[in-house]
Every structure is written in structure tokens, then in C-alpha cells.
Design a protein around this ligand. Structure first.
Ligand code: NAD
Length: 469
């Protein structure tokens, strides 16, 4: 195997009996090899995390210090780690570097976050305190769209709360997590963070393993349901951050030219491979044509290419199955009468490149509207009645986030309050921050990440009741 990447188990670099290929999506060719962990190696990682737990949970000062040191590494080595993300994920180097910087920002935020203890009674009878305790070993499973940042969304709060972790990234993007394990070996005591890589079955082994007390999962709805089912017999706690099909509703006082760039950015960031990207736009008939044209103009101006090339805004789609799926959804919509106002298909040549695509004259019922496309193709749907648009926006199993856009922000906020989703934005979309809880209604998830609420998800409540009688 390649000597470049090893797993981290008990603070040591560990090779696996076998490897699997990691494809550079800009070429479609295998560019690196990653370790394919055996079941015994997963057992060893779980045992190391369990062994590290008692000392780690007791030393809050060491935990805060370690998270700050980890943040520093993210800031100082952002380009080096960013290059790895570009190689395996495809996104432009500037975005990949920003992902690493973002990881540092999240680590710093959690390093300073307090875990409050509340005194809920203190009288002649008793002093009753409610505190939060860590859970033990956390199994963290992540997807391929933001491989490093989404791992840190789990690692920072889980470790701060006093848990230890076994992390398994997506088989499409294992390298940045392997690197994370490597760069944190000097910062974290052995066993506090273990990183193992392999195929989907490694994730299934983790969710049915008897060591972890908590599974923190980010990925698709279908896998999330499997994770919940696997966790149930052992009553493992779960946080599930799943897919979205975010609607953006434009009101009739919207200025299409004024919002087009932001709306386009929120739909096409990371090539549309964002759980809470705008995935369908509802535009009133009065401004429909202008909205479609303003978005199409943005799409035509977008620079697509290899993530390592200067000035590129959008890289390839991350992997072949996803590339095929986006192509299929777009082709099906076009065959069903939709019009490609911009783009409409793959870009010839090697790699998984796809034209930024704006689809007009498309309706609910088309798969590209009803399902999560997770790629660079955006349907724009015409409406005449706002209540009906709201009903269509909410008429899905998804409920991650959504947005409402209009000149009258108060009116837009009133409409946004009707959205059934975890985050409702007004005149913006995809505004995420470490202090803002993020999670989904309905099939988009269970629990939240970020902010104190995300931290609480890695704790159990404990009551300390001291009798004074
Ligand atoms: P996926 O569900 O295919 O895979 C996610 C992870 O689960 C991978 O590490 C995979 O190896 C692992 N896995 C697969 N089968 C498993 C099993 N049976 N048990 C345990 N683990 C298993 O998702 P993906 O294609 O990598 O990611 C894209 C999806 O993730 C999209 O639906 C997107 O919306 C969602 N997502 C959600 C958020 C959020 O915060 N809500 C963020 C990013 C992505």
C-alpha cells in the first residue's frame, strides 16, 4: 500500500491488512490508497478509546488545552490539509483551505464553551444540582461533502464533554480524516481519538459494536435509518444529521437581480453537495422569468474546473454514483418537459464535471424536485398562491432548512415561521455558525449539532441530590 496514510489507534500509526483506492474526482483515477481496517483493528480502536476514557473525562483543563492546540494546527496547516481535501473531494483549493480554517474556528469555539451545572433547589431539605456527564466512547461516522469540518463538528464537542472517539470517514474521502488523526497524535493522549477507514461495512460494525455509548452520524436518510435501527438493541444514543431538500420561497416583492448571486451561491456552494443547500426554488409567476434568467446568468458565468486550478469556483462532483445520479435526475426532468435555462448535462472529458444547471418549467412530482439531488442542478418552480407554495415546500419527509426572500423582511420572516424545518432563513441561506444549533425536523435528523445544544448531545444529565434533612 501507499506509505502516505495510516490509521490512528491508541495514539499509534497503524496499517491495515489491505487497502482501497481513493479516486481523484477531477480525473476519475485512483490517486491514493487508504487502509481497509479489519474487524480486529476496529476492536482495538474501541478498546483504546475505552481505556483512554477514565483519565480524559477527569481532566477538563487538559481537554480545553488540547482543543485549542488542535485549532492552532488547523490554522497553521490549512493549505497542506486543504490540498488533501481537494484531491479526494474535488472542491477548489481555496474552499478546501477554508474548510480547514473553519475546523479551527469550531475547535476554538468549543474549547471555550462552558458546561453549566444548575442548582435547581437549595433549601433546608436538600441541595439539588443538575450536571452533565460524558457518555463514554462516541462512534462518529461522516460523509464525503465536508469530510474534515463535519468530523470536527463531532470531535470538538464530544471531546470537550469528556468522551473519547472512534472516527470513520466516508470511503470516498478518507484521507483528510487519516491526516487529522496523524496531526493530532501529539496533541491528544493516546486513544482519545482513533481514526479507522474502510468501506460501508466498517460503519455497520461500529453501530453494532458493544463499546460505544453514542453514535454521531452524518449522511443520507437511508443510512441514518439503518444506523438508528442498529443502535436500538443496545439503546445507544444517536444524533443523526441527514439529508435535506431545502426550499427557497421568493415573495412577489423580491428583486431577482438583487438576490440572484446569493441564491445561486446558496444552491451551488460545494457544487450543490451541501445538506442544507437550496435544492428547489419557488418563484411567483409575476417574477418567474426574471428569476430564472438571473439564476441562469450566474450559472453561465460560473467557473468549473480542477480544484487545484487558480480561479476555479466549482470542482467536479465527488464520486461516480453521485455524478450518474445527478445526470439521471436532470435528464429525466428534461425528458418530462423541463427547460435547461443554463447547463443541462455533464461536461465532456475525464473526471466527474457537470454543467451548473438551472431547470425551468419544472413541477413538484419530478424527481429532481421531490428528491435530494445533492449536485449542481437547481429546479425553479412557478407558483401563484403563497399558501400553496408553502404547502409544497413543507409537503415532504425532509425538514433540514429553508429560506424566504423578499423586500419586506418582516413579511418574509412571517412566512419563514411557517416552514417545517430546523433552520428558517430570511433573505439568506446557508448561514451557519458554531453557536447556532443545526439539525433537521422529520427525516432530516434526530438531535442537533453546534452551540451548547450540540454539546449537550454528547452528555447525559445527572442529578446530584444532597439531603440536608
Ligand atoms: P451515506 O449515508 O452514503 O454515507 C455516510 C457515512 O455512512 C459514510 O461514512 C458511509 O461509509 C457510512 N455508512 C454507510 N452504510 C452504513 C451503515 N449501514 N452503517 C453505518 N455507517 C454506514 O451518505 P453520503 O452519500 O456519504 O453523504 C451524503 C448525504 O449526507 C446527503 O444526503 C447529505 O444531505 C447528507 N448530509 C447531511 C448533513 C447534515 O448535517 N444534515 C451534512 C452533510 C451531508
Amino acid at each position: 500500500m501507499s506509505e502516505n496514510y495510516s490509521m490512528t489507534i491508541g495514539g499509534e500509526a497503524v496499517r491495515a491488512p489491505g487497502t482501497f483506492g481513493v479516486v481523484d474526482p477531477a480525473t476519475g483515477e485512483v490517486a491514493e490508497q487508504a487502509p481497509d481496517a479489519s474487524r480486529e483493528q476496529l476492536d482495538a480502536a474501541m478498546a483504546a478509546a475505552q481505556a483512554a476514557y477514565p483519565a480524559w473525562r477527569r481532566d477538563e483543563a487538559a481537554r480545553r488545552k488540547a482543543l485549542l492546540a488542535a485549532a492552532d494546527i488547523m490554522f497553521t496547516r490549512s493549505e497542506e490539509i486543504g490540498r488533501i481535501i481537494t484531491l479526494e473531494q474535488g472542491k477548489p483549493l481555496a474552499d478546501a483551505t477554508m474548510e480547514v480554517v473553519g475546523a479551527g474556528v469550531w475547535l476554538k469555539y468549543f474549547a471555550d464553551l462552558e458546561l453549566p451545572a444548575e442548582v435547581i433547589q437549595d433549601d433546608a431539605n436538600a441541595r439539588v444540582e443538575v450536571v452533565r456527564r460524558p457518555m463514554g466512547v462516541v462512534a462518529a461516522i461522516t460523509p464525503w461533502n465536508f469530510p474534515l469540518l463535519l468530523a470536527i463538528w463531532k470531535l470538538a464537542p464530544a471531546l470537550l464533554a469528556g468522551n473519547t472517539m472512534v472516527l470513520k470517514p466516508s470511503p470516498f474521502t478518507p484521507l483528510s480524516s487519516l491526516k487529522l488523526g496523524e496531526v493530532l497524535r501529539d496533541v491528544l493522549p493516546p486513544g482519545v481519538l482513533n481514526v479507522v477507514t474502510g468501506g460501508d461495512e466498517l460503519g455497520a460494525w461500529m453501530t453494532s459494536h458493544d463499546v460505544p455509548r453514542k453514535i454521531s452520524f452524518t449522511g443520507s436518510v437511508a443510512t441514518g435509518k439503518r444506523v438508528a435501527a442498529a443502535a436500538a438493541p443496545d439503546l445507544k444514543r444517536v444524533t443523526l444529521e441527514l439529508g435535506g431538500n431545502d426550499p427557497a420561497i421568493l415573495l412577489d416583492d423580491v428583486d431577482p437581480a438583487a438576490v440572484a448571486a446569493r441564491l445561486f451561491g446558496a444552491a451551488f456552494q460545494n457544487n450543490g453537495q451541501v445538506c442544507s443547500a437550496v435544492k428547489r426554488v419557488y418563484a411567483p409567476a409575476s417574477v418567474y422569468d426574471d428569476v430564472v434568467e438571473a439564476l441562469a446568468e450566474q450559472a453561465r458565468a460560473a467557473k468549473v474546473g480542477e480544484g487545484t486550478r487558480e480561479g476555479v469556483q466549482y470542482g467536479p462532483i465527488n464520486n461516480e454514483p453521485q455524478y450518474e445520479r445527478v445526470g439521471e435526475l436532470v435528464a429525466e426532468a428534461l425528458a418530462g418537459g423541463a427547460r435547461a435555462a443554463a447547463g443541462g448535462g455533464p461536461i465532456d472529458g475525464p473526471g466527474y464535471f457537470f454543467q451548473p444547471t438551472i431547470l425551468a418549467d419544472v413541477e413538484d412530482g419530478a424527481r429532481i424536485v421531490d428528491e435530494e439531488q445533492f449536485g449542481p442542478a437547481l429546479p425553479v418552480i412557478r407558483y401563484t398562491d403563497l399558501d400553496e407554495a408553502l404547502a409544497r415546500a413543507n409537503g415532504t419527509h425532509f425538514g433540514l432548512s429553508g429560506s424566504v426572500w423578499g423586500a419586506d423582511a418582516d413579511r418574509a420572516a412571517e412566512v419563514a415561521a411557517e416552514l417545517e424545518c430546523g433552520t428558517a432563513w430570511v433573505n439568506t441561506h446557508l448561514a451557519l455558525a458554531p453557536h447556532q444549533p443545526f439539525g433537521g425536523f422529520k427525516w432530516s435528523g434526530v438531535g442537533v449539532e453546534n452551540g451548547p445544544w450540540g454539546l449537550y448531545g454528547f452528555t447525559e444529565l445527572q442529578v446530584i441530590h444532597r439531603s440536608k434533612a
